[in-house]
Design a binder for this molecule. Structure first.
Ligand code: NAP
Length: 255
């Protein structure tokens, strides 16, 4: 990314991005940081948090790095507490964490896996925002991360897809609840090669099939997702709330 070509839309702002030590979350933290934000990154593993922080600092970004498994209440509180202690406010929250632990059909999924999917993909966002809400500034912005499969959950990712459908709805409901001081929008990625999707994107045939179905004949990049998240989080989107923005290279049957 050419830093010289980027704006400074987040100068003086404080942004929390969950699950941000690699993939889409990391690119969002990087983009917000390059545009001037102080970024608070986190994930489950200390080593990943340390390494990601080092990469961002090497690019001149102001970073606070905290371990936070999003379904751990104490770690969520610590994430927010450390942010307030260091920066005194929160302007942007990007809730990015999700898991996809099962390829089973919905009626065959173990109870414990169902709980994990709801806990991490849906409930943790609600609980995080509950704790963050008292610190959100007037003009603040929340960005959730859904998935194209949320519109039409496929058989191999059915329950994961349903949790992402819930995130689309959550965006609408929270936008209403948090207005007018906080806007809530959602980035909806199609297939983006990351660790999360390596099982698919490392398979040439599967990847080419997906790419062939797109008007723009390639997979998305983490930078594509970061650009959209940064736009939605910025004041340039100050009249946009409750919207789900699909980034999938033109693959979609929705109007
Ligand atoms: P990724 O590259 O696998 O990165 C996942 C990140 O999340 C890592 O930093 C990981 O670090 C952290 N993490 C995992 N579980 C966590 C937890 N319970 N609490 C906190 N951090 C956790 O994943 P990605 O592809 O960027 O996916 C990011 C988001 O985009 C997810 O919401 C996913 O559903 C969505 N999405 C992705 C695609 C795609 O094609 N990639 C498409 C649609 C939607 P640690 O291991 O250190 O925790």
């Amino acid at each position: 990314m050419d830093k010289a070509k980027l704006g400074k839309r987040f100068e003086g702002k404080v942004a929390i991005v969950t699950a941000s030590t690699q993939g889409i979350g990391f690119s969002i933290a990087e983009r917000l940081g390059l545009e001037g934000a102080s970024v608070v990154i986190s994930s489950r593993k200390q080593q990943n948090v340390d390494e990601a922080a080092e990469k961002l600092r090497a690019k001149g970004i102001e970073v606070l790095a905290v371990v936070c498994h999003v379904s751990n209440a104490q770690q969520r509180k610590n994430l927010i507490g450390k942010t307030i202690q260091k920066y005194g406010k929160i302007d942007v929250v990007v809730s990015n964490a999700a898991v996809n632990p099962s390829l089973d059909p919905i009626l065959k999924i173990q109870n414990s896996i169902l709980d994990k999917l709801w806990e991490i993909n849906v409930k943790s966002t609600i609980l995080l925002l509950k704790d963050v809400a008292p610190y959100l500034q007037k003009g603040s912005s929340v960005v959730l991360i859904s998935s194209l499969v949320g519109y039409n959950p496929p058989p191999t990712m059915a329950m994961y897809g349903v949790t992402k459908t819930a995130v689309l709805g959550l965006t609408k409901a929270l936008a209403s609840e948090m207005a007018p001081n906080t806007r809530v929008n959602c980035v909806v990625p199609g297939l983006v090669p990351t660790h999360f999707t390596a099982f698919l994107t490392n398979n040439d045939a599967a990847r080419e099939k997906v790419e062939g179905n797109k008007l723009i004949r390639r997979c998305g990049t983490t930078e594509d997702m970061a650009a959209a998240a940064a736009f939605l989080a910025s004041d340039e989107a100050s009249y946009i709330t409750g919207e789900n923005l699909v980034l999938a290279g033109g693959v979609s049957s929705r109007l």
